[in-house]
Design a protein around this ligand. Sequence first.
Ligand code: ADP
Length: 374
Amino acid sequence: MDSANKIHILEGTFLSNAENFKRTLLSVNDGVYMTDRDRRIIFWNHACEVITGYSAGEVLGYKCSDNILNHVDINGNQLCESDLCPLYQSMAKGLPGEKPFLVRALRRDKSRVTVEVSVAPLFDDERTVIGGVEIFRDVTEEQQLAEMKARFLSGITHELKTPLTIIQGVLELVLSGDTGEINQLQRDFLTSAFKEGDRFKKILDDLLDLARFEATEFSFDPQLVDLSDLLQQLADRYGGEAARKGLKLDLLISDHIVVFGDWGRLYQAFANLLSNALKYTEKGKVTVNAALLEGRALFSVRDSGIGMEEKELNRIFEHFYRIDNELTRRVGGTGIGLPIVKKIIERHGGEIAVRSVPGKGSTFTVMLPARNLT
Ligand code: ADP
């Protein structure tokens, strides 16, 4: 039986009584409100009153967008009275929202409160959508804590970057010969110190990005992006590294692909996948593929490297997670790259997936909504 149709309450028990249900919903700690199809509020529990400052008497019969909740997303974009309204989308599709998400809701005193929201449609006996339900939880404190953590991380990262830039500047000066002759051994030592500095800088940049994501200060400037052109630049940038490792790097672009997104962020995400492929492959080749599939841009990086066990495949997208083996220990890394890639792709409305066979190689696939060029 379809689980949405399954009755989860035993008939004849105290729970099947609608009055009991109402009383329970009125008293739960999360805000619960229901609307009719026109998004007019028909139910408003006590937690809604506490979180927003509006009593039920003040909102029942009014639309939730009528300056009552007036949801905006975390970047301040209006969600009410547009197709972006999650409740509207849920009612239009007849499906619950995919996952809880953060919005900033208006309070009676005109301040805004950050709430985590889940939505679902309400059905009548014929399974026609007759309204919607929204459940929300005040997450202001969690959000403030996350922002504090992010500010701390970004402060420390900035502080570390300044002396590092000075050290690298001095190394560069000495290496250039402007401060006097240096012998080959000194040059080798200074060059390797400079390279380590670069690695350190990359770690700091990743940490800074992670902090910005947490603080929702992450720059994102969407425009039309020619993916074919971007990938060509990427292949040019990593061609040398592949050649140095004796790896073949193939770029196969079957269609002219345009997506709506942030060029720099997409480059950063794809560069991360390609650099990982080269990092974790000792022999063979790395293939970058791009094609259109049913209106979506499909991008993949396949390598013939060390591969990963099935049980690791979800964990590698967690912050700071690294698989412990001889190669990962030798090449080093922070475990920040993939979580950032995932966030960038999700921010573009896309998805990322990975398949892998230990000892044979891995394939990372990214799907993004593509723009129709005609
Ligand atoms: P980092 O590479 O800095 O450790 P990432 O977040 O980019 O961090 O990757 C997390 C882990 O996933 C890596 O430490 C590695 O164990 C594994 N991994 C990522 N890409 C590949 C790949 N192409 N082949 C094998 N393992 C990989």
